[in-house]
Design a protein around this ligand. Structure first.
Ligand code: UDP
Length: 327
């Protein structure tokens, strides 16, 4: 039933806020639930209802769903840094699985009909073949990847009975920022390549390291499929529309189907920023597969998703503009 409110858990974070902007632009009523542990209040669209709180608080979630009349939800809240998940695995299980399950349980119990879940390419681990289709083996190699897959499976099991349907979107490497400057990547401690490189380009950090140049790739550095956050946000809105029109549950990769190496990304950042960065070569980072590239034909075929910003320079330029504005 279109026109009903959408609850966006984690809507003050990087990806959640871009999706909230997209939903509001489409005329939807949006309710953001976020504990602001990593998100920021000013990223929540002005037209959205903001409720501070924990997605793992089942009583709160049930109250919001009833009071705000939401029958669709999106789940962005969670812990997302692969390397950190090796240092502190339990918070990853607590936030992504424990709190995620409490949220799911509250939603299913309250009769929510449509659920969109932020999954990740990390569920594939180190794939045998590229590009990666959704039916590739699921062999996560980090606590982060395992925690995200665990909840994806819980979601699929929960939706195998009853009337709730879900879309699990497996993100590849998300980067860039809203063209109107209303949101961008905010991380108290940045860990993602493009974010770190643009921070270096605007002088927020002295330089950066390449984590390993002895991978079995053409230039020895890891290859990733970088997708613009606004194209990803559009995929969420399409996925929700699909479920609301009675479409089947689905699991879909979100990427462009082409990869860039760490060196290629850093060359592009230097070109776009017009300045050289101080770059050194460091050791490999734990949990980094050599190459991840999405086969996203399913997303295009089932949802009619059309990538509009498949251009590395454009992605970097928008990230750079955000970083310059968000000083
Ligand atoms: N990377 C790097 N230096 C950095 C941050 C990342 O060399 O300061 C590399 C990282 O090892 C990986 C790629 O950039 O090969 C993408 O990492 P990111 O953390 O952006 O995303 P991930 O693929 O881990 O989700």
């Amino acid at each position: 039933m279109e026109g009903r409110a959408v609850l966006v858990a984690g809507g003050a974070g990087y990806i959640g806020s871009h999706v909230a902007l997209e939903l509001v632009a489409g005329g939807r009523k949006v309710v953001v639930l976020d504990d602001l542990s990593t998100g920021r209040r000013d990223l929540v669209p002005a037209d959205a209802v903001f409720i501070p709180g924990d997605m793992g608080d089942g009583a709160l979630v049930r109250r919001i769903l009833a009071e705000q009349a939401c029958d669709s939800v999106m789940m962005f809240a969670g812990s997302i840094i692969v390397s950190e998940s090796f240092q502190t695995p339990l918070p990853y299980w607590r936030n992504n699985v424990g709190a995620g399950f409490a949220f799911l349980d509250a939603c299913i119990g309250a009769g929510v009909r449509h659920l969109v879940y932020s999954s990740t390419a990390a569920v594939y681990g180190s794939p045998d073949r590229l590009p990666i289709a959704e039916d590739a083996a699921l062999r996560p190699i980090s606590p982060y990847g395992r925690s995200k897959l665990a909840l994806e499976w819980a979601l699929a099991d929960a939706c195998s009975v009853g009337d709730t349907r879900f879309a699990a979107l497996r993100y590849f490497n998300v980067a860039g920022a809203d063209a109107m400057g209303r949101s961008g990547q905010v991380s108290p401690v940045a860990s993602h390549l493009i974010k770190i490189a643009v921070e270096a380009a605007v002088g927020k950090r002295p330089g950066l390291s390449i984590y390993g140049e002895d991978y079995p790739t053409p230039d020895g550095t890891c290859i990733r499929d970088y997708i613009h956050v606004s194209d990803l946000a559009e995929a969420h809105v399409l996925a929700l529309g699909h479920l609301e029109r009675g479409g089947e549950s689905l699991v879909a990769n979100c990427g462009y189907g082409r990869g860039f190496s760490v060196r290629e990304v850093l060359d592009a950042v230097q070109r776009v920023a017009g300045r050289k960065l101080a770059i050194d070569i460091g050791p490999r980072r734990r949990g980094d597969p050599p190459a991840l590239v999405a086969d996203s034909t399913l997303l295009q075929r089932i949802l009619g998703w059309i990538p509009k910003r498949d251009d590395l320079d454009l992605i970097i330029r928008s990230a750079l503009e955000w970083e310059n504005r968000d000083l």
